[in-house]
Design a protein around this ligand. Sequence first.
Ligand SMILES: Cc1cc2nc3c(=O)[nH]c(=O)nc-3n(C[C@H](O)[C@H](O)[C@H](O)COP(=O)(O)OP(=O)(O)OC[C@H]3O[C@@H](n4cnc5c(N)ncnc54)[C@H](O)[C@@H]3O)c2cc1C
Length: 333
Amino acid sequence: MATVRDSMPSFDLYQPADLDAALALAGRLGPDGWLLAGGLDSLERFKDRHKTPKAVIDLGGVAELAGIRADGDDLVLGPMTTLTDVARHPLVRERFGLLARAAGEVASPQIRNQGTLGGNIAQDTRCWYYRAGWTCYRAGGNLCYADTPQGRNREHAILGASRCVAVSPSDTAPALVALEARLVIRNAAGRREVAAEDFFVGPDRDITRLTILKPGEVLGEIRLPPAWAGAPWAFEKVRDRPVWDFALVNCAAVLRTTGDRLDKARVVLGAVAARPWRLAAIEAAVAGRPRAEAAALAGRLAVAEARPLSHNGYKVTLAQNLVFRAIAGKEAA
Ligand SMILES: Cc1cc2nc3c(=O)[nH]c(=O)nc-3n(C[C@H](O)[C@H](O)[C@H](O)COP(=O)(O)OP(=O)(O)OC[C@H]3O[C@@H](n4cnc5c(N)ncnc54)[C@H](O)[C@@H]3O)c2cc1C
């Protein structure tokens, strides 16, 4: 089991000055290289000996990975953009208020000043058994310690569990899935672009990671297409304390309405599964209905397939209520 210490083991530190150099290093170092953004997830794990990389690639000097710009009709966000900048940027606020709000709901002002959008969506789960170094399924063992009658599983999954019941901790990930963001993944050989929805994976697909990122790959851009620009949206996050805490459940939604009718919606729950949980079947069932009826139906059916653990049944009710409120009209003006 990992031991908490006040200093971290040594590693080789690389500080590439541009993206080509970063990609070359990431390719050469492969699984021995650890990409460092704001360090809020990474450094804690190094200190706890949960991860002991041989080499760290600090992306802080790679200008191509930071900043927000319009590219045609898309809004392009560099993964090294801080969460504060995402939350405050005029173009994000004007076109994609949902993402600005989600970024602004992360943790505390200090963490948002240091933490990056890329790090926020690529961060690992906060399951304490896993983070404390227990040899659980996710860590290569053969038991999920949280999924036992005595397990501490109040914050864990109610959906999509497969051996492991850890959840995705990110507040921005559900917003990006709702907005149909596209993520550009770079490596030394080229690039690939995936829908945000396909970027995140559950334990049924890969129990050792929360995203499809492979060693040697760098998240290069987060692209927001115009599909939902300016559309009404809703974001709610329930947590134990008003600041600092991770979500117990969050809900991100974008809506198209005509008068009282809900034409179309994308609704995504966070912190209920290892990946953002899009309610695609619910979206289809409620499209075209009067909004109040759609909200009631969506709330009732939202997590019908949930399988709560010994201590997290409350998440079912929370998720139902957040989905109801998102569709009923809690969205910002
Ligand atoms: C006390 C505390 C409370 C928090 N509360 C919340 C919360 O309420 N909601 C929430 O959403 N988050 C929360 N967080 C997480 C925080 O918001 C950070 O965003 C997150 O930990 C990682 O961001 P970072 O920039 O520090 O990334 P890092 O720690 O540097 O990196 C995180 C991971 O992302 C990978 N990575 C980073 N950039 C790239 C890239 N460009 N390409 C590929 N991989 C990359 C790294 O290799 C690493 O695996 C909290 C963190 C702390 C410490």
